[in-house]
Design a protein around this ligand. Structure first.
Ligand code: ATP
Ligand code: MG
Length: 392
């Protein structure tokens, strides 16, 4: 018997004629995820299913954990794969499978056979009955329960024969690469990594832009953002990270504009620059970690004011989430501990004591006129000096 994994996918199974595109993307994502693990894996499609065959010694937990980070997978079933060598041999394999998976146990069970190869001598009902009898003989303490069994033992007769019982839950979502690319504004905080994760979950590849303000923000703060990009990349795949030096722009805004409007004007310049890089990389939208009312720059009026500078749609997957709910996801996806490391973020240095909470667009546009003579050159310089880091 050989160990394989049967990959269950939900939503992408429903995509009609484009189904194969989604399946191929899922196969690619699985290969990418397993690439650096010990062992040799053969990921392939067969009869409308995806299997991962394990050729060499491998670490079961490591493979399952890896597969549990691939969007598009609803369930991972560890499968025993055997060739058809007659019913007696199948019976032996099934007994070995149950013993190895559950030990000596008093579980209830049901056999659920499926025969897609019609020349097999027994039909599904007969396989269910005969294998049920075999299991009862081998494990006298087990009982059949057809309604609510502890063990649902699947036996699938295809070209080969597949035996499995456990379905380990996956993340769901759609395979990355099936829904275009978006530009994530990634800060060192809790929210934006979660926002990136949620967008990637819908099959979107990510690029990211981070604004730092040396020497007001440290190298450590930047490293933290690189680490966060790497953590999201565990789900979203490789991420190109643009690190923009934002110091001169911030100082200029600080000098020329009303202080209570600093944050909002700064946010508008971040959006403009992120949109520039988004255009270069053919991103179809911008993504931020904002949620309504969380801080002054995230009121409905503030969001309207920031959106006004963007031609691309701005996606805010956390818009209706409370901080508590965001933290819960951050913990689950393993970004929380990194996000709360205490390195200053460029926004916290130039914040006003009393920022406007209901900025009026015309008013903000008027304030930006003070920047008229200098800002284009500063933005151009920031773009030219941006450092690109490929995070894998
Ligand atoms: P986060 O936890 O993601 O930092 P936050 O609650 O601190 O969010 P803000 O600082 O108002 O919120 O930022 C709102 C959003 O703007 C962030 O979620 C992020 O998408 C973007 N953003 C803020 N600061 C930066 C930065 N320095 N570089 C890139 N994007 C940023
Ligand atoms: Mg922040």
């Amino acid at each position: 018997m050989k160990q394989s994994f049967l990959i269950k996918y939900g939503e992408i199974g429903l995509k009609g004629k484009n189904r194969y595109l989604f399946e191929d993307a899922l196969v690619r994502q699985i290969r990418y995820r397993l690439k650096n693990l010990s062992g040799a894996f053969h990921v392939h499609k067969a009869q409308g299913r995806i299997y991962v065959d394990c050729a060499e010694a491998y670490d079961f937990e490591e493979v399952v954990t890896g597969l549990q980070k691939v969007f598009g997978i609803v369930g991972v079933c560890p499968v025993y794969k055997t060739t058809d060598q007659g019913f007696d041999r199948l019976a032996e394999d099934v007994i070995a499978f149950v013993r190895e998976t559950y030990g000596m146990s008093n579980h209830t069970f049901k056999v659920e056979a499926r025969r897609s190869r019609k020349n097999y001598p027994l039909n599904s009902m007969e396989i269910n009955c005969d294998l049920g009898g075999v299991i009862l003989d081998a494990f006298p303490e087990m009982r059949v329960d057809v309604h609510n069994p502890d063990i649902m033992l699947h036996v699938e007769i295809r070209e080969d024969i597949y035996i499995y019982a456990k379905i380990i839950p996956g993340l769901g979502g759609m395979p990355v690469g099936t829904n275009g690319k978006a530009m994530l504004l990634l800060s060192g905080g809790i929210d934006s990594p979660v926002a990136g994760y949620l967008i990637a979950k819908r099959g979107v590849s990510l690029e990211a832009t981070y604004f730092h303000a040396p020497p007001y923000t440290s190298e450590r703060a930047k490293e933290k953002v690189v680490d966060l990009a790497r953590l999201i990349g565990a789900y979203a795949g490789p991420i190109k990270l643009n690190v923009v030096n934002f110091t001169d722009i911030q100082l200029e805004i600080y000098e020329k504009c009303p202080h209570e409007e600093l944050t909002i004007i700064m946010r508008r310049y971040m959006m403009r620059i992120a949109e520039h890089f988004a255009g270069e990389s053919k991103c179809l939208g911008l993504v931020t970690g904002e949620s309504i009312g969380q801080v002054a720059s995230q009121t409905m009026q503030s969001l309207l004011t920031t959106d006004a500078v963007c031609a691309l749609p701005v996606y805010r997957p956390l818009i209706g989430f409370d901080k508590r709910e965001i933290i819960e996801i951050a913990e689950k996806i393993d970004t929380y501990e990194t996000s709360i490391l205490p390195f200053e973020d460029c926004c916290t240095i130039f914040v006003a004591k009393h920022p406007v909470t209901k900025p009026r667009l015309e008013r903000i546009e008027k304030s930006e006129i003070y920047l008229e003579e200098t800002i284009d050159a500063l933005v151009e310089k920031a773009i030219q000096t941006t450092e690109v880091i490929h995070v894998r």
